[in-house]
Design a protein around this ligand. Structure first.
Ligand SMILES: [Zn+2]
Ligand SMILES: [Zn+2]
Length: 339
């Protein structure tokens, strides 16, 4: 079978290797689609803070259960599935408290342990999630980023009727905005520096949009939310400017959720956070319940995933897919690999 392997930064090869067996407690999955994620590109470019080489990336996937290993129940042969790509210890305090997404020993497939970029992968069956009926395999491969969005919102709490600002309209920002609307948010504003990404946000039904290279974010924020401002803001861009815009606008006593990863250590006006009594909330990945919320949103037709897919590549062109995703900030959103 074919498998993609990054031997060292900027050296991705598709190699021929042996097809795996479903071991005890595992499901053998025949892959259908693999989404390219920004963090995969960090690995490819050698700038991911926590990975190793050689490594196989791939953590946003869909496929079909082909075989079940010993002791696996609850999954069926031929069932369309996605996976939750986390390995956790089950023993540390976060795990014992149910917060296994922040396990002290957390390993994520494609970063700290082998990813799923192959024609087949034997995956721990209890981290395999059946896909709802009527979903395409491409949409199935986007359950993972949607679960990221659901978890980020869940970290704040109920957004029903609340005013929500999202900074950054890439895949995650777009899905945070869409999921917030799907969960009943009253008003949602999304900002970006790319008209292309904002056009996709518009097509996904996000009511207020602003390009912060043309309009000061504070003006768009005031126009969308009025003098009382937003109840919660999600920073999904990971830039100094968006962080500054967010903190400058956050109304007193509100919450800000840090969804993005920061390459460089940003400067933060701590006294502003202190005197505005802002609640700063971190968020990492997701847990099973976030996949359940994601499935609920999709079942209710509350979120559009297909519109985010801008490019498709066959498995053999894995490296071109990464190059396209990395090079095209202005015409690529989700790049999808077909297996
Ligand atoms: Zn990802
Ligand atoms: Zn743990």
């Amino acid at each position: 079978m074919l498998k993609a392997i990054i031997r060292e930064p900027l050296k991705l090869k598709v190699i021929e290797t042996e097809k795996p067996e479903a071991g005890k407690g595992e499901a053998l999955i025949a892959l259908k689609n693999i989404g390219v994620c920004g963090s995969d590109l960090h690995v490819y470019h050698g700038v991911h803070p926590c990975t190793y080489y050689p490594i196989t990336t791939g953590h946003e996937i869909s496929g079909v259960v082909e075989k079940l290993g010993e002791g696996v129940t609850g999954l069926k042969i031929g069932q369309p599935v996605t996976v939750m790509p986390q390995l956790f210890c089950g023993k540390c305090l976060p795990c014992r408290s149910g917060m296994y997404n922040i396990c002290n020993e957390l390993k994520v497939h494609g970063f700290q342990t082998e990813g799923v970029a192959a024609e087949w992968f034997a995956f721990p069956a209890d981290m395999v999630m059946p896909l709802p009926d009527g979903l395409s395999f491409e949409e199935g491969a986007m359950m993972e980023p949607l679960a990221v969005a659901c978890h980020a919102i869940g970290r704040f709490g109920d957004v029903k009727g609340r005013k929500v600002a999202v900074l950054g309209a890439g895949t995650i920002g777009n899905l945070v905005a869409q999921a917030a609307l799907g969960m009943g948010a009253g008003t949602v504003l999304i900002s970006d520096v790319s008209d292309f990404r904002l056009r996709i946000a518009e097509e996904c039904g996000i009511p207020f949009r602003t390009n912060s290279t043309r309009e000061p974010f504070a003006e768009a924020y005031a126009a969308a939310f009025g003098p009382d401002g937003a109840d919660v803001m999600f920073e999904c861009a990971g830039a100094q400017q968006t962080l500054d815009d967010m903190l400058a606008c956050a109304r007193k006593g509100s919450a800000v959720v840090i969804v993005a990863m920061y390459g460089k250590r940003p400067e933060v006006e701590m006294s502003h956070i202190q005197e505005h009594e802002l609640t700063v909330i971190g968020t990492l990945m997701y847990r099973r319940e976030d996949f359940v919320s994601a499935i609920g949103l999709l079942g209710g037709n509350k979120v559009q995933l297909a519109r985010l897919i801008t490019h498709r590549f066959p498995f053999r062109d894995y490296e071109q897919a990464y190059k396209k995703a990395a090079a095209s900030k202005d015409d690529a959103m989700k790049v999808m690999i077909g297996v």
